[in-house]
Design a protein around this ligand. Structure first.
Ligand SMILES: [Zn+2]
Length: 296
């Protein structure tokens, strides 16, 4: 059986582990879960013990055919950027990406009152591939670009309702003013949110050549794994832009699914073109509710 989730970690493990341990590993038929734990711990040898206890690893099923994935009903996924009140200097276009604080509070309350349950990417992946059950009225909340207000405002609002989300981190911003620090990202991860990749500095994936894949994908992903002690398996395309050449590059690096914005899913690679709805700063709670119902 091939579990695509392991490919990147196997490669790194082979490089990182001492030969004696490697022989031990290869000669023992381990459960997938044990192996996953060792692989994720291998990214941080000095903290292997901590990572082993801190990172429960879900065993994921095999990827299904595109037709099977496309045949399942899409799950609503929202994409947020900044959560803060508008300033006089914010442009008309920028406000699409800035959901004001009270609006965000109202949106989370609406989701809870309407009976939505947040799900995480592993659950979505399993559902799309195997048809596994999801909670009633599933929805995914995603946050792009590492903005500090996601940690300060969004996470506590979500906590009120037991919601968990996905934070797509652009690593160049870590620790800069108005962006999250490594410690804050780790805190979100430890609290049960998922940390996922969003490149180093937000360059358009369609333009990558050679070394760009190392700079924009390999190094940032390794950094996020070091911060969280968990494997990073999911990716969001900057600006939602993707092309078919990017998908094998992501797969080669161990990613098992990638998120765009609201273009149609690719007929061959639906798992690498999962759709998200950008929750506009101009929308009322009612508008958001309607758009969730009509866009997926
Ligand atoms: Zn972004």
């Amino acid at each position: 059986m091939k579990y695509p989730v392991l490919s990147r970690f196997n490669k790194r493990t082979l490089l990182a582990l001492p030969a004696t341990f490697l022989i031990f590993m290869l000669s023992n038929c381990q459960s997938q879960q044990q192996q996953n734990k060792q692989n994720s711990a291998a990214n941080q040898p000095e903290k292997a013990q901590a990572a082993n206890t801190a990172a429960p690893v879900t065993v994921l099923g095999k990827a299904a055919s595109a037709a099977v994935v496309l045949g399942r009903k899409q799950i609503p996924i929202l994409c947020y950027h900044q959560i803060r009140n508008w300033k006089a200097t914010d442009s008309k276009a920028a406000k699409d990406y800035i959901v004001q604080e009270n609006d965000f509070r109202g949106q989370m309350k609406m989701l809870a009152d309407s009976g939505y349950h947040t799900i995480l990417p592993d659950q979505l992946y399993q559902y799309l591939n195997t048809g596994s059950a999801l909670p009633v009225k599933p929805i995914m909340l995603t946050f792009d670009d590492t903005d500090l207000d996601q940690y300060i405002l969004a996470a506590p609002q979500m906590k009120k309702y037991g919601f968990k989300g996905v934070f797509f981190i652009m690593t160049v911003s870590l620790g800069r003013p108005h962006y999250m620090s490594k410690a804050q990202v780790k805190e979100l991860s430890d609290a049960g949110h998922v940390i996922a990749a969003h490149t180093w500095d937000h360059h358009n994936v369609k333009k990558y050549q050679g070394q760009d894949w190392v700079t924009q994908i390999d190094k940032p992903t390794k950094k996020l794994e070091e911060i969280t002690g968990k494997p990073v398996k999911y990716f969001a395309y900057p600006f939602g832009l993707w092309n078919e050449q990017a998908i094998p590059e992501l797969k080669k690096r161990g990613f098992i699914a990638a998120f765009q914005l609201s273009e149609k899913r690719d007929t061959i690679e639906p798992l690498f073109t999962i759709r998200r709805l950008l929750a506009s700063g101009y929308w009322s709670v009612h508008t958001l509710s309607n758009n969730i119902k009509h866009n997926f």
